[in-house]
Design a protein around this ligand. Sequence first.
Ligand SMILES: [Zn+2]
Length: 435
Amino acid sequence: MKNLLFKNVRIFDGRSLREGTLDVLLSQGKVARMAPSLDSCEDTRIIEGEGRLLAPAFIDLHTHLRDPGQVHREDILSGSRAAAAGGFGVVVAMPNTAPPVDNEAAVAYVLQKGSCAGGARVLPAGCVSKERQGEEMAELGGMARAGAAFFTDDGSPVKGGRLLMNALLYARDLGVRVMEHPQDMDLSRDFQVHEGRCSALSGMRGYPAAAEVMGITRGIALVRETGCPLHLTHVSTAQGIAEIRAAKEEGLPVSCDVTPHHLVLSEEDVLTSHLSSSFKVSPPLRSTEDVEALWKGLFDGTVDAIATDHAPWHLDDKDVPFMEASFGIASLECAFGAVFHAWHARGCPGSLESLLALWTSRPGSLLPAVEAYRGVLEEGSPAYCTLIDEDLEKTVDIAAWKSKAGVTPYQGRTFKGWPVCTVVAGDLVYEDLPE
Ligand SMILES: [Zn+2]
């Protein structure tokens, strides 16, 4: 493995921005040295940073890689490479595949295929329930030993409260977090869009904010009952954020993430696109008031991570009328640019450090303790980093993506601020620097 030497980079170490510019030497899979001026030694590739920002590689807690079973939509190789192109060094692959990842062998399959994918590291999440049916608990212990990073029935909530409570207790003892997709299935049955302006104007069935809030408060009640940690994923509503904020103030071990699309898009985009199915997603794009509440939650400590919920679909799944289209938005390769651009356009609410921590050390802190890379860049830490060009402007073109996704609502949008190099375990796995 070649050494890598980044010259003249500003450093975000996972928590704060260091003064001035430094050189960073990566050697044998570790951050060997960080100092004002380092000489190159033999067998070292030099990357001129020119004052760009070097951050810990991003960690995505929520990605759909469709593998095993639906590899025409995405697979572990294409997903891992797409993630690297998006600046991610680690992605957590959701287990709602076909068959679902609900046992040790399936966890081992994802890990093994991920280990030779050549992009971001892929950490498997395992199902909470067998076959993700919500009836019987899956073999959580075996999956944890095999390397599962989370337990979740994502795609749906864990069906029964008793099963979720038992899973929280088991998972705590295994040192793995449960990730809950909060949704009351009855209240949101057959939904197409957000219940509010969008449902009223389109005539389509709505998913009320209350259905998400019910899922969140059920989870919080079980955390209060058990004292066990719980992660609530893709929170999309103002009231959902308020419930999590209150639970954190109470001292409960809850954490949550929000997606780039719920930060950058709203139900107004569904309407102005004349119901383009590329904007169809679950939970649905919400009201502009909800979007404002998510941004507030990013910078007051309520939100712990920005997670993509990257949901790649084949054109056949999406190039159909809204009512018939699959739910989901593909975004791995432009997620950072989309959010970074929006942060600027909003006049930089919250600090750059706080924003970057939501992609790095904060999601990193939610991984099982056995994970050595936790979204931190300092001497001695594993060599995972992303070089960010804050001034680079690029237009999203899905045709150039490494992901197999056929549709994204970001197509044709121009964002300023992109990852230009990604290093995973000491290997330069993505590079988009000018010659
Ligand atoms: Zn979900």
